[in-house]
Design a protein around this ligand. Structure first.
Ligand code: PLP
Length: 398
């Protein structure tokens, strides 16, 4: 008689660990904490965009659209990219609408990386970069972005890209979680190494519109010789406060687009049709929308830095995106905790003060010590949420 056995999951899944951020989000919710751990805005998308979604549903946009994306949306995305960066993509062949940046990243990696290849990942990195590399049967080569300046070492990067098996490099600027905006010198270091060693750049530019103090976001595809070897990815989640819509896109030269489109087609077919229709309205918002967005986030950034400093954290204003890494030395010592144990501190902050953050050590695979003694704080939050956080942090004020 045979005994029923427990099904064994695929080995690739064992390489993927549960997201610390997701785990802490669940924990923070169970404790009724205000969560500054997850980068999810608590404001609605622009009213005109929401209204366009209502209209699309009423008017019958319920069925599949062409797998590469609604033609009107691809045209609107390509037009916006041209308007902001003077970068031209053919919407028919070079622009693909995906289910968020997450799916664009997975499709890009599966489209360009073979089993046994290596992929350089600038870390801290969004968790799905590693997952995509694992799904592709490839191996990550971690290149750390080091505190306190949160810069990578160009020599280390060049050495990584010179490895014979490295096919692609993936990175994100404006950067989650450090808030760095890569300067032209840093982008040139990546570009030079890509060109020299024939590496594809996968550039996650989801925070493209969040830069402060006059800083400029520069797409790496605008650098010499980079358009033909870059997959530029962005989406609706952050710039339009619509993380649940699952609409993103990838611009890439036609051969790379063709490759990632195959993965996209056979995994998701298409992003939600009514939301693609409404996304056209988002793409057509005037320049003033982005000015107001930047101003709104800058105000939140400044308030968050002030609030954290008042509570004894070491916090510098980030250059872009809506996160910062805050040093916990002061508040951890005040609470009688080990300032080197950011995971314990993050739990304490939830348990005792009801505020969720993410421990810095969870962001570095190559060397968790690089994040030690810090927590990530996300500030895409309404005044009411920040008022509440300020009230909850009051016991830490001297
Ligand atoms: N990339 C980065 C750098 C992010 O911070 C996030 C969300 O936090 C994502 C991608 C996910 O984007 P999407 O919601 O479009 O899948």
């Amino acid at each position: 008689m045979t005994h029923p056995s427990t099904p064994v999951p695929a080995r690739r899944t064992s390489e993927l660990v549960e997201s610390t951020i997701r785990g802490l989000t669940v924990y923070a919710a169970s404790k009724g904490a205000v969560n500054l751990g997850q980068g999810s805005p608590d404001i609605p998308p622009p009213a005109a965009v929401v209204e366009a979604a209502h209209r699309a549903l009423r008017e019958g946009a319920h069925q599949y659209v062409p797998t590469w994306g609604l033609p009107a949306l691809r045209e609107a995305i390509a037009a916006k990219t041209r308007r902001f960066y003077d970068l031209a993509y053919d919407p028919d062949l070079e622009t693909t609408v995906t289910c968020g940046v997450t799916e664009a990243v997975i499709s890009a990696l599966l489209g360009v990386v073979d089993r046994g290849d290596e992929v350089a990942i600038l870390e801290p990195a969004h968790e799905n970069y590693h997952a995509g590399v694992v799904f592709a049967g490839a191996t990550p080569v971690w290149v750390p972005i080091r505190p306190p300046e949160h810069r990578f070492d160009p020599d280390e990067l060049t050495r990584a890209l010179a490895r014979p098996k490295v096919r692609a490099v993936i990175f994100n600027s404006p950067h989650n979680p450090s808030g760095r905006v890569f300067g032209r010198d840093e982008l040139a270091a990546i570009a030079d190494a890509c060109v020299e060693h024939d590496v594809v750049a996968i550039s996650d530019e989801i925070y493209e519109h969040m830069t402060y103090d006059g800083r400029e976001h520069v797409p790496i595809a605008t650098l010499p010789d980079m358009r033909e070897r870059t997959i530029t990815i962005s989406g609706l989640s952050k710039s339009y406060a619509a993380t649940g819509w699952r609409v993103g896109w990838a611009h890439a030269p036609s051969a790379l687009s063709e490759a990632l489109r195959k993965v996209h087609d056979f995994t998701t077919i298409c992003a939600p049709s009514p939301l693609q229709v409404a996304s056209v309205t988002a793409m057509e918002l005037p320049a003033s929308y982005y000015d107001e967005l930047r101003a709104w986030y800058r105000e939140r950034r400044d308030r968050t830095v002030r609030m954290l400093r008042d509570a004894g954290f070491d916090a510098d204003p980030p250059e872009g995106a809506y996160y910062l890494m805050a040093g916990i030395d002061g508040p951890a010592r005040a609470a009688g905790l080990d300032p080197g144990d950011d995971a314990a501190f993050a739990r304490w902050l939830i348990d005792e003060l009801g505020v969720g953050t993410v421990p810095g050590t969870s962001f570095y695979r190559s060397d968790p010590d690089l994040g030690r003694g810090t927590v990530r704080v996300a500030f895409p939050k309404s005044d009411a949420t920040l008022d509440e956080v300020e009230r909850r942090l009051a016991p830490l004020r001297g």
